[in-house]
Design a protein around this ligand. Sequence first.
Ligand code: NAD
Length: 699
Amino acid sequence: MNQSKQKQPITSLWDDAKAASMSEPELLLYRSNLLGSDLRITNFGGGNTSAKVMMEDPLSGEQVEVLWVKGSGGDLGSIKLDGFSTLYMDKLRALKQRYRGLEHEDEMVAYLPHCTFNLNPRAASIDTPLHAYIARKHVDHMHPDSVIAIAACANSKALTQKIFEGELGWLPWQRPGYDLGLKLEELSSSQPQLKGIILEGHGLFTWGDTAKSCYETTLAMIQRAEEWLAANVKQPVFGGAAVTPLPAPDRAALAAKLMPLLRGKISKSEFKLGHFDDSEAVLEFVCSQDLKPLAALGTSCPDHFLRTKIRPYVIDFDPTKPDFDALAASLDAGLEQYRNDYVAYYERCKRANSPAVRDANPIIYLIPGVGMLSFAKDKATARIAGEFYVNAINVMRGANGVDSYVGLPEQEAFDIEYWLLEEAKLQRMPKPKSLAGRIAVVTGGAGGIGQAVARQLLAEGACVLLTDIDAEALDEAKSVLAKVAGKDNVASIAGNITSEEQVEAVFTESALRFGGVDLLISNAGIASSAPLEATTLEIWERNQDILVKGYFLASRAAFRMMKTQQLGGSMVFVASKNGLVASAGASAYCTAKAAEIHLARCVALEGAPLGIRVNVVNPDAVIRGSRIWDGKWKQERAQSNKIDADDVEEFYRERSMLKRSVLPEDIAEAVYFLSSDKAAKSTGNVLNVDAGNAAAFTR
Ligand code: NAD
């Protein structure tokens, strides 16, 4: 939200023709999706919508009034009908008799399931009373940066009156809950001319008699706030620039160097993933005169600080004299100070029944001249926390540009952060998966085994960076995996594993994209066969380059980053049965695979003191899915075994002791086991996945 730039107006996307055939619940869904599709209207996961609809009661067959309101969790942009909870309005009204006053308001939440209409399993959110008691059919509650900017001004009441000329009412800050619902009812009924209400330090409520009029009122109020701010925000914002940003490549290089270091220091109790943002809005703030005083004020909207913690950590860095070593040296003391401050805040504000203090590490890191880092337990949460801090920056820009910005009083912020109802939500979250928070680099990620491994690691909660020399196949693999595991969790970078520079780039990308590396699956490979006399130097060197030099370069780069993080790590080399069993007519391949296995053992030795484990999986005859077997290798193996190419799979199956085909998923299972904590006490090991081959028995 750069006020100095011309912005696209927020215009109605309502399509009467589309809406004509929709039922009331469908109109609510349509409106919600339209609202949620524009981040200027509401932040991700923020805001909720409702409609009061007459429906047939499944019990009595009579028409009853039902509140459809966005349920707990989810995002308006992608919500479906099953994301709404449905509640009997007469029961919600009857609840008022149960209300015992502000200090007991939390107990009202437990009554909400008793109001459920039609056995709808979607849990009602704690914002339900904010919608139920406003005496209008359609209600939107949004968190637009422009309106929150006005709501977070010291003079927000007077500004609301001035900007909205009596069309919007105003309520002082109050934690969302049952009592606020009653206050909204009181104000909306006593002043029927109002089109909505601004909640101090929080957001916007708007309403209407039809879905369309409600939607258009919401847009009109946000647009009015944006226009007013654009015309009135003092320039330059944030007190003007204090420093100039570093050039983009230097910003990225510094972030990539810093992220593994920082991640190591904040991941001792739980693995964290990182996100880097050096967008224009972020740079304007982190390079400004007012950075430190504004950051210290903390965020205002509850949605913001629940994701970002009340304050960011401003890292000591002078971009005019960039000194990474000095920055790195300042981190321990800076983090300790932040954690001590956080614990002191907890101690000052805690109540008798408050949940235990949570992880005291910062979530948001601001670096003058460079940008913003955010860290959280998974990639999407880290990215979204960063986006929320951008919302907070926008709010501070607007509020400070027209008045003075106020954060939320500390005790209020604490009461939300450690609200028992929020704690209950956290307790309901599913248990983290076995690789949650881990970052894996998979080389040869476009190939059969690489993709199967990536799929399994993703399913177990890891983030995966795929790399491969075949850029086209890599893109395809990434998009297939992103569909299954979500875009946040999969990244790719093309490169040749034999190039020192390109391997470095892979790990820089892993740091920048996710924060570092925990697992290396060294798997990129080829196969070749030729009798010794026909083995050209070119064939020999190609095997050595890809299978030995490539594995060396990848493991060295991973080792260095793991050492920086000080979080241990795990490497799995996908070698081959041929690394243990000499095979006639494939000396270049067999020798290179044997070297891989020995390299793994050497790295295991040096890695052990650092908690870095290194193990080997030896596949044999993985024909389905493997691109090696698509090519010449299959013909050569068929010829050398004097069989038809179509019979290769059966031939190898019959050759195995267990008479079973080995599939990429079988290799993936072994790789997963060795990379996970299930194998925490194994290093320097070799696991054959070959359906049984006596010659390959290890000894
Ligand atoms: P695959 O061909 O499907 O996958 C290998 C991937 O490595 C390919 O996508 C390829 O583009 C990539 N690659 C090749 N050279 C590269 C380079 N210089 N830089 C970066 N990427 C490069 O084969 P796969 O069967 O999935 O093989 C994976 C690993 O398993 C290999 O190391 C292979 O030697 C080993 N292996 C496979 C079998 C089998 O029967 N399939 C048996 C034993 C060992």
